[in-house]
Design a protein around this ligand. Sequence first.
Ligand SMILES: NC(=O)c1ccc[n+]([C@@H]2O[C@H](COP(=O)([O-])OP(=O)(O)OC[C@H]3O[C@@H](n4cnc5c(N)ncnc54)[C@H](O)[C@@H]3O)[C@@H](O)[C@H]2O)c1
Length: 265
Amino acid sequence: MIPDHSNKTLAELLDLSGRRAVVTGGAKGIGAQTARRLAEAGADVVIADLDLSAATATATDIASATGRTTVASFIDVGDTASIVAAADVAVSRLGGIDIWVNNAGIYPTTGPAIEATDEFIDRMLSINVRGSFAGAREAAKRMKSGVIINLASIAGLSATPGISAYVMSKHAVIGMTKVLSREFAPLDIRVVAVAPGPIDTPGVQDQLAPLKAAGVDVGAMLTKTPLGRGGVPDDIARAIVFLASDLAAWVNAETLVVDAGSLAR
Ligand SMILES: NC(=O)c1ccc[n+]([C@@H]2O[C@H](COP(=O)([O-])OP(=O)(O)OC[C@H]3O[C@@H](n4cnc5c(N)ncnc54)[C@H](O)[C@@H]3O)[C@@H](O)[C@H]2O)c1
């Protein structure tokens, strides 16, 4: 049973010392900043990514900035065997898993749904949906208690034409968060999600490059929010640290929208 933490100070509630975290897609963007903030809060972190050399550079940076143990590991969340291998790295190098962040994801533009191929849909769903499901499953098998945090998106709560595969994948992530939260609660594992609005990351810049080349003011697209500035990876990393910490001990199944209020209508 997840204990009542009323007698702890705020600093104690936020302290992740002794926790072992895995961040998939942790080499860049939201994942890298999440790994950094988790380590700052005291966690040891496996930074698992398709790009092992970028993961190694990020792990080295975070270790020197925070003094925490960081481990770079290869993972391709489209391939379950490599998810299993990365989970085993966390157990062998850090001694276990308390926090698993399903952050790795892709968002190529689908284009008109009427032209989308089965191969395109399969690829999107295998990485964004099956990859997160397998990550949650393999983490839960190895946790004594803990929290699994899924990266959803405001695309999982809305319906933007042209990115139908991504929209479907993130709706699925939100459903998965709810059902796994019910299945894993008896194991003392919370399952929650974050739904970011547009965040300036290497992946978003890649996606917007064709628009930029066509003369669209991409900067304005990213920065026009009710709070008057665009989102940065740390806006999401701070929300993830909250959800990972005992501050959120009674938060379960929820998807926390972090978008400066853009989705509100
Ligand atoms: N940036 C945004 O605006 C935004 C908004 C909503 C949700 N999200 C979600 O947040 C997550 C991170 O987004 P980001 O913008 O930081 O991405 P990014 O593309 O900038 O970085 C993604 C990282 O994941 C790695 N990666 C890609 N495919 C992988 C795979 N198959 N296996 C393992 N690692 C892989 C990449 O090497 C990279 O290090 C994604 O799930 C994305 O859908 C992002």
